[in-house]
Design a protein around this ligand. Sequence first.
Ligand code: AMP
Ligand code: P6P
Length: 345
Amino acid sequence: MSDSLRPSAHPPHPPVVGTTLREHVLLGMRAAAGASGEFTSLLNHISLAVRIITSRVRSAGLADMLGYTGDTNVQGEEVQKLDEYANEVLLSVLERSGHCCLLASEELEEAIFNEKSGKYVVLFDPLDGSSNIDTNVSIGTIFAVYRRRTREGKPILDDALQPGRDIVAAGYALYGPSTIFVLTTGHGVHGFTLDPNVGEFFLSHPNIRCPPKGACYSANLGNYERWAPGAQRWADWINSEDKDHGLPYGQRYVGSLVADAHRTLLKGGIFAYPADKKSPDGKLRLLYEANPFAFLFEQAGGMATNGAERILDVLPTALHQRTPLVVGSREDVLHFREFLTGERT
Ligand code: AMP
Ligand code: P6P
């Protein structure tokens, strides 16, 4: 048995560059006392769905997958062909896995329940950033996995409405120049890059840590006039000249949460989508956008807030509820919160 597969005592599954995602997940199973293999199989099914989506995203322009289906989704947005396709792939692969008693997607108004299936709940945004699809800008898939709360019988909506702190796995795929799969199962954050010639993900970013402070902020300043005064003061501050605090920060904004959050996770800094007069509850979705990234950032030493409280402590009340989202380096997110609460003016 190769070293990379040898179960080790601590830490649970030490990452070794060159390890495949499959091997990494297998090490995690061996470190989880009493694991039946269902969770491992579920993660491998999610990886399969992402690889299938990748193949279509890569050839979208050729496969006449650009443009719109003419439908609108539960969010009232025009559905892109790739959105629909990615959603279908995830639903099909996860249903066939036999491990999911509940599936919920940004593309579906209602959750899908399967009382004959397993003990896991998967909430996902099948293709985030879809407005960028036709301009060949990076897009992504985001997911969160929970254990069902109800012990037996029919799963219920409450099984999906769990706080992010109870996540058992969270991750995303970023369909950029390469496809990267970033995953946490509560033992740190690890990134895997797809080798399209092999069809496997290989560990390329072991133990991702979000730097304690960054030098870049990511926000849609087009919303500035609609922001609360505290958020406006934060923006004025971070754009001001103050060499002692490394100001002004650079500004980067792709408009795809997965791309902006991934850069912030690796390089540090802050991504902020505050509430505004047009979106008083925020624009991003709590269950399958904010919570997965909040869990990932905290696992990587970063921080995630809605401006008032820790994102992972928010008790969900509806599948598609929105939230303000501010994630990034601890120091940068704390500064934002100080402006929003008035501690800093
Ligand atoms: P299972 O019996 O396979 O459903 O696993 C039970 C629990 O053990 C899961 O909910 C995880 O918390 C943990 N676990 C199992 N397999 C893994 C793995 N491959 N990586 C990390 N944690 C795991
Ligand atoms: P805005 C993409 O449509 C998305 O849902 C996220 O991926 C992204 O962070 C946000 O909306 C961008 O919103 O209002 O800046 O275009």
